[in-house]
Design a protein around this ligand. Structure first.
Ligand code: FUC
Length: 327
């Protein structure tokens, strides 16, 4: 396996993105705070090679990584496509985030780097037929661009030569202060419903209304408000547009998540293990929050979920932006 390479993009508005070819991973994203000082808002490790360490891999964190072929959990140990059964790698009976050596552990190829007003980097990966058990030779690319309106835009594109499933996302952990906790961050969620989950966090197929629930952040409120017990949930809002807004009074940074994807996993780990974090950042309880925009987890095993099937005649395209401003 070749050593991962890293690349930096800088925008005129002051965003700075660092990406590794290992897992097409976001290593850091610097955003100017209310005083103009750059804050790294995406949790990362101190060097690209730290992502190989046993200690880190044992945590199963997927810091800033690309998740696929199928993000989230798949039940029943596999999928059926056109009457054919494909077994997938499971742990405790559940397939998670594309399997044992999924997209996050592959070296991606740099296709192009563009500078100028909208600097971007495009990376690609060729996933062979039956890699991790999934059918079809899949060609996938991800483009990270820093836009004029101060956003990081992540665009995925994929094609296959045989019917397969695809649910791809990025697993960045955000903390708008670059350290500490997100409990004091304010969150506004546009979701209509959240998916009912069983004890293994597999969707039961039922949609629960957000309104009036523990997950009702339709009016902006502190993440760590009374009753908060951590989030590892799947929120649904169909159509393209704003899905979530988060801000920190401390740094003054506000981030708006816009996506054309119907589902978004919001994940707030209770704590991080002691890891060599970038810039020696120190984290407290509830150190960060992930906004994983995607299709529906376990879609193939739930007839009432929008399909994540990808056919040879189709081109998969998704687009998610994290847009920054000062409050
Ligand atoms: C999220 C969660 C999982 C998991 C992982 C690191 O997508 O749904 O529970 O722990 O990421």
């Amino acid at each position: 396996m070749p050593e991962p390479q890293t690349f930096k993009l800088q925008s005129q508005s002051g965003l700075e993105l660092e990406v590794s070819t290992l897992g097409a991973t976001i290593l850091s994203l610097k955003v100017p705070d209310k005083t103009g000082k750059p804050v790294n808002v995406v949790v990362g490790l101190s060097s690209a090679s730290d992502y190989w360490s046993k200690l880190y891999l044992a945590q199963g964190l997927y810091l800033g990584s690309t998740i696929g072929r199928h993000a989230g959990r798949i039940s029943g140990g596999g999928i059926e496509i056109d009457g054919k059964r494909y077994s997938l790698f499971t742990e405790n009976g559940v397939h998670l985030h594309g399997g044992k050596e999924a997209f996050d552990k592959k070296i991606w190829k740099v296709e192009s780097i563009e500078s100028g007003n909208n600097p971007s980097i495009t990376l690609s990966y060729f996933s062979e037929h039956l890699e991790e058990g999934y059918p079809g030779n899949l060609k996938i690319s991800v483009r990270y661009s820093l836009t004029k309106n101060n956003a990081l835009k992540i665009s995925f594109r994929a094609t296959t030569d045989q019917a397969t499933v695809l649910n791809v996302t990025n697993h960045a952990y955000f903390n708008l202060n670059g350290e500490g906790s997100v409990l004091d961050h304010e969150l506004e969620l546009k979701a209509e419903s959240y998916l009912d989950l069983d004890q293994d966090l597999i969707p039961t197929g039922k949609f629960n209304p957000v309104k009036g629930s523990l997950y009702d952040y339709s009016r902006k409120s502190k993440i760590g408000r009374s009753g908060f017990n951590g989030l590892d949930d799947i929120f649904i809002k169909h159509g393209k547009g704003e899905k979530a807004i988060i801000s920190s009074q401390h740094s003054g940074i506000k981030m708006t998540v816009v996506s054309n994807q119907p589902a978004m996993v919001i994940y707030t780990p209770p704590k991080f293990a002691k890891l060599p974090f970038k810039d020696k950042a120190v984290f407290d309880a509830y150190p960060a929050i992930c906004f994983e925009a995607q299709g529906f987890p376990d879609a193939l095993n739930n007839w009432n979920f929008p399909s994540t099937l990808l056919k040879p005649s189709e081109v998969f395209e998704s687009e998610t932006s994290y847009k920054f401003s000062i409050i």
